[in-house]
Design a protein around this ligand. Structure first.
Ligand code: ADP
Ligand code: ZN
Length: 710
């Protein structure tokens, strides 16, 4: 069996993702490798296929027990013999696994590093053939990485003791220093590094100003019923508050943070994985060791500390490669708070630089994906087209006067105002603190009353970003003029700003999108089917006590929807359907799709393109076009016209079962003679009614295809 065939047989996919094929062939040749791929890039397949194809058991070292369990569960769901060994198991269970290893019936064994390092385990491994060693989360080996685990450093013995077994180290996060360190420590310094792109094109990126967050979140969730999502918050308290607010608004949400008992945390995590609670408000403690592939959106209620964390967190959305959304709420207050944290902490310089990058990203006026990838050392040449900046390119305007008003107020307040107070001064507010401080005497008091508070804050943030004013973190964040600011104030330098209209426009648009637009017939058709497939998946998963995404991923359901299979052989063509799953789940899903199509046909409410697919679905279930017509209570020529259209679109149909060579020749001649008429009726009359309409149709389609192929 080739790796490609194994991919199809065991995982139900037709094509490898970038890098997978190369990595696998390296291991098949017995060579070691270091593999860097983003979360969701498809690392598992890289060692699972060699483990399946090479002789012996594949040994996978994984630091997290929950991940181990999920991986084994997912493999079993595909009919692959896999097991795990760790200290959380009862003795008898461990013994049973060891017996399986000895008997050579396992394809894969997951172990914790602690277990791998025991003498017993070493003896076990020495007594059997091993196909491949895979070190998952390999960055844990390096003190340079962010998740150092001392046990990992002892893994060097693998290469020393099992020189002939290919060793693969895999991680989603490793800068060049960490990479070298991993190779060094594992004793695989002369091996190839496989570095996949860290771009996650299926993640939509969006940053919104942080006012009216709850309102925006509620509307967002409302528009996406049943979708799984995570809302990351800075403080434990916030996670609880938001979860409560969402529950009060009628959503099924829970919170998660480090202060909860391990039992509580496990329960919430399990409910999330199993689609029982779709929305989790959590601190960043949540998500490590969760493999759930159908997380559809991730929000940051607060600004993350750095881009590494941000990218890792949004990376938890869309592991299945399906379109997924991310929203970051940006507020200047968060920047101030994070700066205060940094001041209390150790590595101030590094952390401040990281926060600056985070801040720049959040305030970016160019393609966000460009900035992100650039930060991780990759260059994107084209704008991505699916971040908020690409969708809504900023409009610039001359902000010199605006800046001068603000800067003058800063100077005249003797540099004693922060962002909020400055806004109030410019707008001529009569707040008590303002009056008490005598700021209403400032010359520019009320000079910007024509702009909203929101608008001023957005402009002031831009002035900070442009380096005209600078908050003094050591002094209550009061704003100070910089030399550039002085030059602007003196009229020596113009200022260009992004129009706040753009920002407002963008928010309005995001809010209006989807919210009111009535659904098209096509969307209604697929929505109804999607809901039914999801419920069925949930029920089947429930029966088996596994997570729904392990039955079929969202990507598989999506593909199922658009293919509308009603027969086994076409069901098998759906991405992610293996023989094993076909047997186990196929009949249930086929029945559901068939029932749905029947109901929709009876309603006679199917939009044009879909009605063709329905005819196709019946046809491929083994009915003749005439029988399909009877089933659907439509005319046989209509069914033929559907099939002809699909044939022209490239569907695998054989026209020769509907029209003879001789008829095609006749039509070809007639076409020349009649000078390519547009109506079928002209042909029909030409043949004096001797050739039925559908045969003329088929013949013309064949002739068209021939001409296209020329
Ligand atoms: P990682 O470990 O790199 O985060 P996974 O190995 O969990 O990623 O894979 C992420 C998802 O992508 C899984 O749902 C997996 O089944 C799917 N996947 C992996 N390889 C392919 C492929 N070649 N085609 C389609 N889907 C794939
Ligand atoms: Zn972009």
């Amino acid at each position: 069996m080739t790796p490609q065939e194994a991919l199809q047989k065991y995982f139900g996919y037709d094509n490898f993702r970038p890098m997978q094929a190369e990595v696998i062939s390296e291991a098949m040749e017995g060579k070691d490798a270091l593999v860097l791929m983003p979360t969701g890039g498809g690392k598992s397949v890289c060692y699972q296929i060699p483990a399946l194809l090479r002789e012996g058991v594949g040994v996978i070292v994984s630091p997290l027990i929950s991940l181990m369990k999920d991986q084994v569960e997912a493999l079993k769901a595909n009919g692959i013999a896999a097991a795990y060994l760790n200290s959380s198991q009862p003795m008898a269970e461990q013994q049973a696994v060891i017996t399986e290893v000895q008997e050579g019936t396992l394809a894969m064994l997951y172990v914790s590093p602690e277990r791998l390092l025991t003498r017993d385990f070493y003896n076990l491994l020495k007594s059997i053939p091993v196909s491949v060693f895979a070190i998952d989360e390999a960055h844990c080996i390096s003190a340079w990485g962010h998740d150092f685990r001392p046990e990992y450093t002892k893994l060097k013995f693998l290469k020393e003791q099992f020189a002939e077994v290919p060793l693969m180290a895999l991680t989603a996060t490793a800068d060049p220093t960490t990479r070298e360190d991993i190779q060094e420590q594992l004793g695989i310094t002369n091996t190839r590094q496989f570095v996949a792109s860290f771009d996650r094109p299926n993640l939509d990126l969006m940053v919104l100003p942080a006012n009216r967050r709850i309102e925006i979140i509620t509307r967002f969730i409302q528009d996406r019923p049943g979708q799984s999502g995570i809302i990351y918050c800075l403080a434990r308290k916030t996670t609880e508050q938001i979860a409560t607010k969402l529950r009060n608004a009628g959503f099924n949400a829970a919170h998660y943070h480090g202060q909860m008992t391990p039992e509580e945390r496990n329960r919430v995590q399990e409910q999330f994985i199993r689609d029982q609670v779709p929305i989790i408000c959590a601190t960043v403690a949540f998500g490590m060791g969760i493999d759930k592939s159908n997380v559809r959106w991730v929000m940051h209620y607060n600004l993350p500390k750095n881009l590494e964390g941000y990218y890792q967190e949004i990376g938890r959305a869309g592991r299945d490669g399906q379109p997924s959304e991310t929203i970051l709420f940006y507020s200047y207050g968060d920047v101030q708070m994070l700066n205060r944290f940094i001041e209390e902490g150790g590595n101030q310089e590094v952390e401040r630089a990281k926060l600056d990058s985070m801040n720049e990203y959040a305030q970016a006026k160019i393609c966000r994906r460009k900035i992100l990838l650039n930060y991780f050392g990759e260059r994107l040449t084209e704008d991505c087209g699916h971040c908020d900046v690409c969708r809504n390119p900023p409009k610039y305007l001359d902000g010199t006067i605006l800046a001068q008003k603000a800067l003058s107020a800063v100077v005249r307040s003797q540099q004693k105002v922060g962002l909020q107070m400055l806004t109030d001064v410019l707008r001529g507010s009569r707040k008590k603190e303002l009056l008490a401080a005598g700021h209403d005497k400032i010359k520019t008091f009320g000079a910007g009353a024509d702009l909203s508070e929101f608008a001023w804050q957005q402009y002031l943030l831009q002035f900070i970003q442009l380096g005209l004013i600078r908050p003094n973190f050591k002094h209550n964040h009061v704003l100070e003029l910089t030399p550039t600011g002085e030059a602007v104030l003196k009229g020596e330098q113009p200022v260009r700003v992004v129009s706040v209209d753009t920002l407002m426009q963008q928010r309005k648009q995001e809010a209006a999108e989807k919210a009111v637009r009535p659904k098209s017939k096509k969307e209604l058709f697929y929505d109804g089917l999607a809901d039914r497939l999801k419920s069925l998946r949930y029920l089947l998963a429930q029966e088996e006590g596994r997570a729904p995404y392990m039955v079929f991923s969202d990507a598989t359901l999506e593909d199922m929807q658009s293919r509308l299979p009603v027969a086994e052989h076409t069901f098998k063509a759906v991405s992610g359907v293996t023989d094993h799953k076909l047997k186990q789940y196929g009949p249930h899903f086929l029945e559901e799709i068939l029932a749905y199509i029947r109901e929709k046909s009876a309603e006679n409410a199917t939009p044009p393109k879909i009605t063709q697919k329905i005819s196709w679905a019946w046809y491929q279930s083994g009915l003749s076009p005439e029988e399909v017509a009877r089933q659907r209570e439509i005319a046989p020529p209509t069914v033929h016209s559907h099939l002809v259209d699909l044939y022209s679109q490239g569907f695998p149909l054989d026209p020769m079962s509907f029209v003879s060579d001789w008829e095609i020749e006749q039509v070809r001649e007639a076409r020349k003679e009649l000078k390519d008429p547009k109506q079928l009726k002209v042909y029909f009359d030409h043949f004096e009614g001797q050739v039925p309409y559908e045969r003329i149709r088929w013949a013309l389609a064949v002739i068209d295809e021939e001409e296209k192929a020329r």
